[in-house]
Design a binder for this molecule. Structure first.
Ligand code: HEC
Ligand code: HEC
Length: 500
């Protein structure tokens, strides 16, 4: 959608910018529709290409951090944090990097890992605040990749329609934990095999896509059920999350087109999930199927699920152990504050940290080839899902995220990406072939930060072109258009995406 159309959609779909159900976790300044429209028009003036281009080169608004060619490019605090808030960020950073220890440990502040877990720290998966990767060969570990598990059935949460009922696997819970505390059993391990699939493009270039197949190997608690649903996921990059959280829910909902009424082949459905933090159904934004409504929800779930750490939202000290895992359920627990391994204050600090990792400035945004690629990005229809820009809400207690023009290149909606990318594991309202459009800001710095260029939910794509060629379903036409491009056009498109 063009900017002016988006502005129009904003005005039609969201007559007031009062606090909606979905935005209730934010302290929003009361703003009427006219004031909001004036703010949007001033930050993203539709008929001022120079100012738009200037805004676009700073994808995180005034919080944008200078890009560096070092591997800490994603680890910088949002620009403009006051000294106090920088202090909170640094304490959160310490917790993000903390190596937790299985109970009973002599360091109460680090006590309580597991009994079963996937990693000992947040940072072990979100390496350098960047993305994880699939294991390279049989000797590499799969630490930064997790296998989510479920079985069909279970309850539908109150107030949510189109929910696809699933329940945790009664044997291993909601995720396979492949590590365990001393004396405990890990649940099993993720085994991956790849098959090469050659694809020939219109200019005769051949690309070999690697198609993965996944299995749960060495199951410690009994063979996996026949109807077990498995979803392999690599940890996503951590930049700009607070800005994504501050996009008005109404603006995201205005982009949804579940019945494809504009006939562009692209629907886009909002995920709606019960927020554990707020106890109400909210718009899902975080996680690869948008299964978490807020950064606090996602952080608390990570503490419990990935590291077995109890916290105010998930108080069970045994994390994801099921009642069939009796040794795990009765193992010693950690000694944190308030009877929890991670208390409210520490959950707050981690949330603050995750909200405030700065988005690096673009590189070469005004380069001729990049600008050519930008035109192709829109003309090809990539922007229909990878929505270029938004203006965040005006917030009272988060000055950093307040009223910013941002360029994340995501609509945060769910799209059917076809059978090849399907994990066949529904989550909430997302079907087995739907995924949340991932933000593209920072993708061009993946190699700098992470030393690899693996993309998509399971890291199967080994570069940006492979990522595009895996697109199917609602994005089949865009994928085919890229496969049909001249060598020059394709290079320009990739140069644009690489500049984000
Ligand atoms: C074992 C690996 C692992 C560990 C440890 C881990 N994460 Fe994650 N993280 C992931 C994966 C995988 C996802 C995608 C989750 C999904 O799709 O539901 C994710 C998603 C997230 C997101 C949402 C990002 C987005 O773009 O939507 C946040 C925020 C996050 N993690 C924070 C944390 C914090 C904070 C910690 C430590 C308390 C942590 N993670 C520990 C693997 C991990
Ligand atoms: C119908 C919506 C849709 C369209 C159209 C679309 N994408 Fe995507 N894109 C997605 C989704 C959803 C994913 C995540 C899929 C997954 O992880 O399996 C994705 C993933 C990507 C990724 C990998 C990002 C990452 O962090 O791993 C890149 C790069 C990308 N798209 C670029 C493009 C380009 C370029 C175009 C146009 C040729 C395009 N996309 C068109 C929805 C779309």
């Amino acid at each position: 959608m063009s900017l002016s159309l988006r502005l129009l959609a904003l005005l039609v779909a969201a007559p007031t910018f009062a606090q909606t159900l979905d935005d209730r976790h934010l302290s929003i300044l009361p703003t009427d529709a006219d004031t909001r429209a004036a703010l949007v028009a001033s930050l993203l003036p539709p008929d001022d290409p120079d100012r738009l281009a200037a805004a676009e080169s700073l994808p995180g608004g005034t919080l944008t951090v200078p890009f560096t060619t070092k591997d800490d490019a994603f680890s910088q605090p949002s620009a403009g944090l006051t000294e106090d808030r920088l202090h909170s960020f640094n304490r959160g950073n310490g917790l993000f990097r903390k190596l937790w220890i299985a109970a009973p440990s002599e360091i109460p502040a680090s006590d309580g890992l597991g009994p079963v877990y996937n990693a000992r720290s947040c940072q072990a998966c979100h390496l350098k605040d960047g993305r994880g990767h699939a294991p390279e060969g049989p000797t590499d570990d799969s630490i930064s990749m997790v296998l989510r598990l479920s079985r069909p059935g279970g309850d539908t949460p109150e107030g949510i329609t189109e929910w696809i009922a699933t329940q945790p696997d009664p044997i291993n819970g909601g995720q396979l934990q492949d590590f365990a505390a001393p004396g405990q059993m890990a649940e099993g391990r993720l085994s991956i095999t790849y098959t090469g699939t050659p694809v020939t493009l219109a200019d005769s270039t051949t690309v070999s896509l690697r198609a993965p197949s996944y299995a749960l190997a060495d199951p410690a608690f009994g063979p996996p059920a026949d109807d077990l649903q498995m979803s392999p996921r690599i940890a996503p990059q951590m930049i700009g999350l607070g800005l994504l959280e501050a996009i008005p829910a109404a603006d995201i909902l205005a982009l949804a087109d579940p019945d494809d009424s504009n006939h562009d082949g692209i629907s886009g459905r909002p995920q709606i999930v019960p927020s554990v933090a707020y106890g109400v159904p909210m718009l899902g934004r975080f996680g690869l199927k948008a299964g978490a409504a807020t950064i606090r929800d996602q952080t608390a779930a990570a503490l419990s699920m990935d590291m077995g750490l109890s916290n105010p939202l998930y108080p069970d000290p045994w994390g994801d152990c099921t009642d069939r895992q009796t040794a795990c359920r009765t193992a010693p627990h950690g000694q944190g504050g308030d009877g929890l391994e991670v208390d409210d204050e520490r959950l707050d600090m981690l949330t603050f940290y995750a909200r405030n990792l700065g988005v690096p400035a673009r590189r070469g945004a005004d380069d001729t080839t990049v600008l050519q690629g930008k035109v192709l990005f829109t003309a090809t229809g990539c922007a229909a899902c990878h929505q270029p820009s938004f203006v965040t809400l005006s917030l009272t207690d988060q000055p950093e995220q307040s009223a910013q023009a941002i360029w994340p290149y995501t609509d945060l909606l769910l799209h059917d990406m076809g059978p090849s990318l399907a994990d066949n594991r529904p989550e909430g309202r997302a079907s087995g072939s739907e995924w949340r459009t991932p933000p593209l800001w920072g993708v061009g710095l993946t190699e700098t930060v992470s030393g690899h260029t693996q993309f998509l939910h399971d890291g199967r794509a080994r570069n940006l072109l492979e990522a595009i060629l895996w697109h199917g379903g609602e994005a089949q036409a865009q994928r085919d258009a890229v496969a049909a491009m001249t060598t020059e056009d394709r290079a320009a498109l990739l140069a644009f995406v690489g500049s984000l």
